[in-house]
Design a protein around this ligand. Structure first.
Ligand code: ADP
Ligand code: MG
Length: 683
């Protein structure tokens, strides 16, 4: 059957050698290629209610002309004609470029049908097509628009595809098992491709697309999961036979019960540790969700099995805080915890290096100092990195190679929606702490214009008078650290002046020496300093529960994920906390982002909204996201389908039927042909 689809495009009437050459440019060689050459968008011929139309969307509307046209010239040839049109209850502007002769053809009270791009903010349509009068729309609601090159036109492409479908459409075969079509009420493949090219209406198009999106995601997920399974089965890792009773005692000794989410991720981690393959897991949890204690228990598990554990963090401040809290937790169990950073004194450093090498030090916490050449471990079984986005792939690899295939756990507070995380980080497993310890209060977040600074400071004064403390954050821009430091110093001086003798203000930025930083942090945590003006260096890990207010200058210059992390410095104690975003964003998206911050305290909701607004490239940083590209599907908008496909693929890959039953033959072949099982890399 499918053989007929493998024929060259020239079997289609009207396609000769010359046209076939044009098709080669589009990578279309066979009838099948042509049938799968899908539109990249549709002209929407429906008459729409403008209230429902998105900004920049192309629409068709019917209206009545209610003004005399005005004509403007730019230079000799360029012109712009604007006329007001009443559409339903709105008066909008219709703009025609470079058609000055229309000035006398658009009389008042004339009925007109307009098609073009809708600018929601200007309430205006840039007209691409129009027709005097109403009614007589094209017979289909949507006209497919194909991307074309050279002498091929959209119209000729439409014609060829129509011919191809008529003649060979019957040969399109199903490639998904029947039960999946039933389960999700998906269009059969042939029907879906038909709907993409010749949609009957919006519903039909949606169903066609939905089917192809699922198919595309399922294929992709089968491929990466097969690869993962393959890698797992072929990577000898460290098997950690931890002492369950000891762990139970350790957990019982904590000053609080674990949350359900902490228990769940811990079980996932322990299952990995005990298994013969190497753990490679990402642990995500909102700021304050309690990742540190999960790390501590995991480290202890390694220790009870006779292994060493290392925890690497990006800053010295954080290393010290972690060391302190871990030392407290481990003291009753007589487990030594060493701290190794750039400022560890030489003598102490030598002793620690010896202890790590001969295995007498079971747990070490440190900064980049941990990955230096002379740091060697006797029996490294578990490597954890905190705030993993701060470390490059290379640094993580170096630490990992200090042991023989040790288990690795990456912790991050950057909330990346699970499905995206799995896709973006390829071969990692993902655990998510999606619950906060009980009793946490929501941080009240406000968005204020810079003009309202005075009122914000009054609010801060009230908090300080009540005995609380405050952070003031100034942005740091990498291109010009110097300017930012200056900016931070200016704000500092301003606040010193404002608070006078009443409160102490401290200053913190990247140019200070590490002992100066330490000094300031110490004074702040001891409440000798009440207001800390800082660049984003406080972003990670700092814990001062008495701080209840944060003011962020130029908040529009931060990403949402970063604002959220910063905000997490407050709300750590028993008192109500506040975060004020000083921002004057110019764009709608910028305003929307500030609004989102005021509406949710929940990092995963935030990241999903941010993703919708900006797309995955922006979220992960400038298109180096490494996220795959799909033909029909869109990882952001079809997020739920991606999750469904992931679960299905996981189930299939681990089931026996999948590898032998006939109904899975197509999917199996797909995996085999992709080459992942031969150890080939994914594209
Ligand atoms: P993060 O996930 O941001 O690293 P931390 O591990 O620093 O969060 O935890 C934040 C605070 O919550 C710490 O003071 C910690 O002791 C506390 N904490 C952690 N788990 C719990 C829990 N299950 N119940 C109550 N408090 C907890
Ligand atoms: Mg932390």
């Amino acid at each position: 059957m499918t053989e007929v689809l493998k024929q060259p495009v020239t079997v289609i009437p009207g396609i000769g050698e010359e046209t076939a050459k044009l098709f080669e440019e589009l990578q279309v060689y066979t009838v099948e290629d042509l049938l799968l050459y899908l539109p990249f968008r549709y002209d929407d011929n429906r008459i729409r209610d403008l209230a429902e139309v998105q900004h920049d969307e192309r629409v068709t509307v019917e209206g009545v002309i209610v003004s005399v046209p005005t004509l403007q010239y730019f230079g000799r040839k360029k012109s712009r004609l604007t006329v007001k049109v009443m559409v339903d209850r709105y008066v909008i502007n219709a703009v025609f470029f470079n058609q000055p002769y229309l000035k006398n053809k658009l009389p008042m009270n004339q009925e007109i049908t307009l098609n073009g791009k809708w600018d929601r903010y200007r309430q205006q349509i840039t007209v691409q097509q129009f027709k005097i009068g109403h009614g007589n729309q094209p017979h289909s609601d949507f006209s497919p628009v194909y991307s074309v090159k050279g002498n091929l036109t959209v119209n000729s492409l439409r014609k060829f595809i129509t011919a191809a479908f008529k003649q060979y459409g019957h040969a399109i075969e199903e490639n998904l098992p029947e039960f999946l079509l039933q389960q999700y009420r998906l269009y059969p493949r042939r029907e879906a491709i038909r709907a993409m090219h010749f949609p009957k209406d919006a519903q039909d198009l949606k169903q066609g697309r939905r089917r192809l999106v699922y198919e595309e995601f399922l294929h992709f997920q089968l491929k990466i999961q097969a690869l993962r399974k393959f890698q797992r089965e072929n990577s000898g890792g460290v098997l950690i036979q931890y002492d369950n009773e000891a762990l139970k005692k350790f957990i019982a000794n904590l000053p609080f019960p674990l949350t359900n989410a902490q228990k769940r991720v811990l079980a996932e981690i322990l299952r990995d540790l005990k298994s013969p393959y190497r753990m490679n897991r990402l642990l995500q949890g909102d700021v304050g969700s309690g990742k540190t204690v999960v790390a501590a228990i995991s480290l202890y598990a390694a220790v009870t099995a006779g292994y060493q554990g290392a925890l690497m963090v990006p800053t010295e401040i954080l290393a010290e805080q972690h060391a302190e809290s871990l030392m407290n937790m481990f003291k009753p169990f007589d487990v030594e915890v060493a701290l190794l950073t750039g400022s560890t004194k030489k003598k102490e450093r030598t002793a620690i290096l010896e202890g790590l090498q001969d295995g007498s030090i079971p747990i070490v916490i440190g900064t980049h100092a941990l990955i230096q050449d002379d740091v060697n471990f006797a029996k490294l079984g578990l490597v954890i990195t905190d705030e993993q986005h701060r470390f490059g792939v290379e640094q993580r690899r170096v630490l990992r190679e200090k042991g023989e295939n040790p288990n690795t756990l990456f912790m991050t507070a950057t909330p990346i929606p699970r499905t995206l995380a799995i896709t973006a980080f390829g071969e990692m497993d993902v655990s998510i702490i999606n619950e906060m310890p009980a009793g946490r209060k929501e941080i009240k977040t406000y968005w204020a214009k810079p003009q309202s600074l005075e009122r914000v400071l009054q609010m801060m004064e009230k908090e300080l008078q009540a005995g609380r403390q405050a952070y003031v954050i100034c942005p740091l821009i990498e291109e010009s650290e110097k300017l930012d430091v200056q900016n931070t110093i200016d704000v500092y001086n301003q606040l010193v002046h404002y608070f006078g003798e009443r409160f102490q203000v401290g200053l913190m930025h990247g140019r200070l020496h590490s002992d100066e930083k330490e000094q300031v942090m110490k004074e702040f945590s001891e409440n000798k300093v009440q207001v800390l003006v800082s660049t984003t260096v406080v972003e990670v890990g700092v814990n001062v529960p008495n701080a209840t207010m944060m003011v962020i200058y130029d908040a529009e210059r931060f990403g949402l994920a970063q604002l959220h992390q910063l905000r997490g410095r407050v709300g750590r104690g028993e008192h109500q906390s506040y975060c004020v975003l000083l921002a004057d964003p110019k764009s709608e998206v910028g305003k929307e982002r500030m609004r989102i911050m005021t509406e949710t305290n929940y990092g995963f909701v935030l990241s999903e909204r941010d993703l919708e607004l900006r797309g995955p490239g922006d979220f992960f940083g400038r298109k180096q996201s490494g996220l795959p590209e799909f033909k029909v599907a869109d990882m952001v908008h079809d997020y739920r389908a991606l999750e469904t496909a992931r679960q299905d693929a996981e189930k299939f890959i681990h089931s026996e039927e999948f590898w032998k039953d006939d109904e899975f033959a197509h999917l199996r072949n797909y995996i085999l042909e992709s080459g992942v099982l031969n150890g080939e890399k994914l594209d």
